[in-house]
Design a protein around this ligand. Structure first.
Ligand SMILES: C[S@@+](CC[C@H](N)C(=O)[O-])C[C@H]1O[C@@H](n2cnc3c(N)ncnc32)[C@H](O)[C@@H]1O
Length: 390
């Protein structure tokens, strides 16, 4: 599941990336059989035409067993993914407000934009009075960013560098500010944070600023009978056949989707806060305990993770949340279905821990281990479940 890739599990608000992310999952009716052959061929050709050379993925492609890393850089070359990000007003407006309302941070400063995409953050910084902005982008979108910078008359302030942050030669030894929008689904999916930390360690001056500088991951529990039935239990009986082997896989893949706040059954628990200006790359692997206390008597079908980011160096603390009680963003929330349906009474608690780590083979994927326990009036359950974001 490349970050802005359309997860085929997603139920709502399908976006315009579907066509290039998962062409092969388009449904066909039986009447379409003839067209199906043509369609499959067309799609195969399309997939094989994907340009993997634009910013080489680290992992080797093994047959059709593509990983997120393989899709990752390809997807950022298409304008659709940038359109989705730019139209996420919570995201883009927050960065714009942070920059325009805190011009004192940028005035005459050298800025490095890590993963510049269309160059939008660099343009904001240039407008806010930055002395020079280095916009590094490894996908083909770098060519567009160059053109956009020129068209808007910022060529003297913004230099677009096409290449991987880890490989480019920056024309200056140090920068005053690093700005980046690196957050993935479940905060850590895609592992772009590692690139930001690499840039920080290499180029940021001692008292330099990283924007944003704080990110926090939260957990809560939801009632989700209808959707769990549709996505997970569906495999029990498919036109009379037992397909439970797929059910096991679908349980293991967290679902990126929007959760209605009325589904929330417990408190929301802070799992982990990361200080981007100080942390090391190893800190993205952690185990955090949680205690989710029921605020009403209900069933629990899933735990839900979401994140906040903040910019603490502003005049006033600024940031945004991707939680179910906040305005929706393209990150939605991440739903982890539980094997059992928990029956919980108000005041009872699900206690446990969540262990998060980049996958060893494909570090852009995230492995999650959930240990949880409920000793309630109606449910006594103790279980460990493993998930993989891919
Ligand atoms: C989430 S997008 C943000 C784009 C833009 N900053 C914005 O806010 O709209 C992240 C961008 O970083 C780029 N990127 C990811 N890893 C990179 C790396 N190691 N070096 C250079 N660019 C990278 C991707 O190609 C993508 O365009």
């Amino acid at each position: 599941m490349a970050r802005r890739r359309n997860n085929n599990n997603q139920s709502s608000s399908s976006n315009n990336n579907e066509s290039f992310s998962h062409p092969q999952v388009t449904k066909l009716s039986i009447d379409d059989e003839e067209e199906e052959e043509e369609f499959v061929e067309e799609m195969t050709t399309e997939s094989s035409n994907l340009d993997h050379s634009m910013c080489e993925a680290d992992e080797t492609l093994i047959g059709s067993d593509k990983t997120s890393a393989d899709y990752y850089f390809d997807s950022y070359s298409h304008f659709g993914i940038h359109e989705e990000m730019l139209k996420d007003a919570v995201r883009t407006k927050t960065y714009q407000n942070v920059i325009y309302k805190n011009t004192f941070l940028f005035k005459d400063k050298i800025v490095l934009d890590v993963g510049a995409g269309t160059g939008i953050l660099s343009l904001f910084c240039a407008k806010a009075g930055a002395k020079h902005v280095y916009a590094v982008e490894c996908s083909q979108m770098a060519d567009m960013a160059k053109e956009i910078v020129e068209t808007n008359g910022f060529s003297n302030v913004i230099t677009v560098l096409k290449g991987k942050v880890e490989e480019i030669v920056l024309p200056v030894p140090k920068v005053d500010i690093i700005i980046s929008e690196w957050m993935g689904y479940f905060l850590l999916f895609e592992n772009m944070l590692d690139t930001v930390l690499y840039a920080r360690n290499k180029w940021l001056i001692n008292d330099g600023i990283v924007l944003p500088d704080k990110a926090s991951l939260y957990l809560t529990a939801i009632e989700d009978a209808e959707y769990k039935e549709d996505k997970i239990e569906f495999w029990n009986n498919v036109y009379g056949f037992d397909m439970k082997c797929i059910k096991k896989q679908s349980m293991m893949e967290p679902l990126v989707d929007t959760v209605d706040q009325n589904q929330i059954v417990t408190n929301c628990q802070l799992l982990k806060t990361m200080d981007i200006s100080k942390m090391s790359s190893g800190d993205v692997s952690f185990t955090a305990p949680f205690k989710l206390v029921a605020e009403r008597s209900d069933y629990i079908h899933a735990l839900v993770a979401y994140f906040d980011v903040s910019f603490t160096k502003c005049h006033k603390l600024m940031g945004f949340s991707t939680g179910p009680r906040s305005r929706a963003t393209h990150w939605k929330q991440t739903v982890l279905y539980l094997e059992d349906v928990l029956t919980i009474c108000e005041g009872e608690a699900v206690v446990g821990s969540m262990t998060v780590a980049p996958n060893k083979k494909n570090p852009r994927d995230v492995d999650i281990m959930l240990k949880y326990e409920l000793n309630g009036q109606h449910s006594q359950i103790k279980r460990t479940q493993h998930y993989k974001m891919r």
